[in-house]
Design a protein around this ligand. Structure first.
Ligand SMILES: [Zn+2]
Length: 644
């Protein structure tokens, strides 16, 4: 149910309406869909779909704008083998000439059920040992009805012996979460909007763990992996996840799900993922992503970020980001709240839960803030435009991306909400904080099942003013809508720290690099000569107007030699160090396509890497912010549900 409310009394009435208005305006018989994942190792999913119909013209559609992706990623181009029959007889179809997601049919007289078969070619989020089902890969439903008004009853087949994790409610006979070989698992009827929001993971090496059993409703983490040992998460990870559930419960003072399942794949093949859903989240990291502390550091905010979205993004959604169907474009204007505040909350929850520690929180924040501060694209593009243009900014080539800007509303939003949090603490002498705002903004309406309640900019301002009166509208407009050539570092400084640059990467960056994390083996000279270089010398990006740009270097070129030596990351670092305080340039030989040339970089300030440094005597709000609200659990871990 879509709501946009301002006060509790209106909310109660709206919620009652939401609970009593049956989602069956157009049809009462559910669509039946059976997803067959037994061919997942061969990169094929199959579906049998029975749709209630009446005689006459019918338009069916597949989803285009997938919530949470912030762009039109519906996999219509991978859907194949589509056939329609009534009582076994083929029914011809024709694709719409304008909307390629739509199929037109004419249902013959007397027909009440249309059977559809389709296959989807799936090349991501699966491996030989595991698979993720996002239902949009197999959905077909009437195009003219809001998706929340279309009832649907899902069923599932998986390879023999594979376990199943999902927030869907299993019904009928059969073991769950590991169904008997050859069986079909049935789930309670829901609607198309909710089914799209309820992915399934399945895999041979499967573990389901109950989390924080003292918290209601129930929380689980379902883990599948490519090797038997990885899905059996370490006790310290489970202890931190128990803390995460309890910390989120304390921070958000509400929940908007009937059950919550973290779905996690550990695979070097299935690809990375982080996609929020109301009652679950689809998380994908490398095979060893949680196998030890250094790997875990690089992934430490993933689960807390996606979990936070159940409140911020799913329950509370910017008005323009909610559409009653999956065909209408979603508008990204307030993504600096949807994603930006989630970035802020996910990171602080990771530290409050013990998925990382306070020093690591500060190191990661320093890296993020420095990257924003050294992003020349901010000289022409306001943060708001990175949100409005989100659907054309995701992915893409790194070349000159610092001049283009990317989806900066995530990290800009983090700095913005840190600024707001520390400002509230300052204004109230640390008696109130952004935690109090969450208890208003995200908990309005108390506990609910899965529900979407939209908001506008004005409601944000109103709720911030309910915490502490201030000119919040101007505060937000100044930071989001205006051209700001420098990043918003006020929150870090109000928090008792300042961003400085040292001649060595900070401890967390060194830990992640040693674990084979991002840019492992390469050299990040972004804050010195303005280059990101891979281990083989390939230039990923050149900082606009930086020293390397002035030397006419370009992304895609390859550094072959440094000061007369064959290129190596160490040789480049040594050249930067030895040019410090001298008048000598750093001399490079660079390959561009089939040609080589000389370049001289005029830079003499040495290596520079970001870190936060304490401002002695200032209030230490940054460390207050990342202190747990509950008593942390160290051990023992939660019992394994599948071994109880
Ligand atoms: Zn997110």
């Amino acid at each position: 149910m879509l709501l946009n409310f301002r006060c509790p009394s209106v909310l109660v009435a709206a919620l009652l309406f939401a609970l009593t208005s049956a989602p069956m305006r157009a049809q009462t018989t559910p669509i039946q869909i059976t997803a067959d994942l037994t061919d997942a190792p061969r990169k094929l999913y199959h579906a049998e779909v029975d749709l209630p119909v009446t005689a006459g013209p019918l338009t069916l559609t597949t989803p285009r704008w997938i919530p949470g992706n912030h762009r039109p990623t519906g996999p219509v181009d991978s859907i194949t083998g589509v056939t329609f029959t009534v009582a076994g007889k083929p029914v011809p179809w024709r694709r719409d000439d304008m909307d390629l997601y739509e199929f037109h049919l004419t249902i013959p007289n007397g027909a009440t059920t249309l059977h559809a078969h389709l296959d989807c070619i799936v090349t991501a989020r699966l491996s030989q040992k595991l698979a993720v089902l996002e239902w949009e890969k197999l959905l077909l439903y009437p195009a003219d009805t809001p998706v929340r008004d279309i009832p649907i009853q899902p069923s599932l087949k998986v390879p023999a012996g594979w376990g199943v994790g999902t927030a869907l409610t299993p019904i009928g006979p059969g073991a769950y979460p590991v169904p008997p070989a050859g069986s079909t698992t049935h789930f309670a009827a829901t609607n198309v909007e909710q089914l799209e929001d309820s992915p399934v993971i399945t895999g041979q090496y499967f573990h389901e763990f109950a989390l924080a059993p003292m918290i209601t409703p129930k929380h689980y983490i379902d883990v599948v992996s490519d090797t038997p040992e990885d899905s059996n998460l370490r006790p310290s990870v489970l202890a931190a996840l128990n803390n995460l559930v309890r910390e989120a419960d304390a921070l958000y003072a509400s929940h908007h799900y009937n059950v919550y399942h973290f779905l996690l794949t550990l695979s070097d093949v299935a690809g990375g993922e982080g996609l929020e859903h109301g009652q679950s989240s689809d998380n994908g990291v490398g095979e060893k992503g949680f196998a030890d502390d250094p790997h875990q550091l690089a992934e430490s905010d993933l689960l807390s970020h996606e979990f936070t979205h159940s409140w911020n993004g799913k329950y509370r959604r910017p008005l323009g980001l909610y559409q009653p169907d999956f065909a209408t474009p979603q508008q990204g204007a307030l993504l600096w709240v949807y994603e930006g505040m989630t970035q802020y909350l996910g990171n602080l929850l990771a530290t409050r839960s013990g998925l990382n520690n306070q020093a690591q929180y500060r190191d990661l924040l320093a890296i993020s803030a420095a990257n924003l501060d050294y992003k020349p694209g901010r000289e022409w593009r306001p943060t708001e435009d990175t949100a409005v243009a989100a659907s054309i900014l995701r992915g893409g080539n790194p070349a000159w991306s610092n001049w283009k800007r990317g989806q900066d509303y995530y990290q800009e939003g983090e700095l913005l909400w840190l600024d707001a949090d520390t400002l509230i603490r300052k204004l109230t002498k640390n008696k109130k904080s952004l935690d109090d705002f969450q208890k208003i903004f995200l908990a309005k309406g108390g506990n609910t099942g899965p529900l979407i309640v939209t908001y506008t900019f004005d409601e944000l301002v109103e709720d911030l003013n309910a915490v502490v009166p201030y000119d919040w509208a101007t505060f937000l407009h100044d930071r989001v809508d205006k051209i700001n050539p420098r990043a918003d570092l006020a929150g870090i400084e109000q928090g008792g720290y300042k961003l400085v640059y040292k001649d060595k990467p900070n401890a967390s960056e060194r830990t992640m690099a040693a674990a084979g994390g991002r840019r492992a083996g390469g050299v990040d000279c972004w804050f010195s000569i303005g280059l990101r270089v891979a281990a083989d010398g390939s230039i990923a990006d050149v900082r606009w107007n930086g020293p390397a740009d002035k030397a006419r270097l370009a992304p895609g070129e390859k550094v072959i030699a440094v000061n007369g030596q064959i290129f190596s990351p160490d040789a480049l670092r040594e050249a930067i160090r030895s040019a410090k305080g001298t008048a000598e340039p750093i001399r490079l030989i660079v390959q561009a396509d089939k040609f080589v040339s000389n370049a001289e970089i005029d830079y003499h300030d040495g290596e520079r890497y970001p870190v936060l440094e304490r401002i002695e005597g200032a209030p230490d709000y940054l460390d207050d912010i990342t202190k747990p609200l509950t008593t942390p659990e160290k051990a023992p871990p939660a019992p394994k549900k599948d071994e109880e």
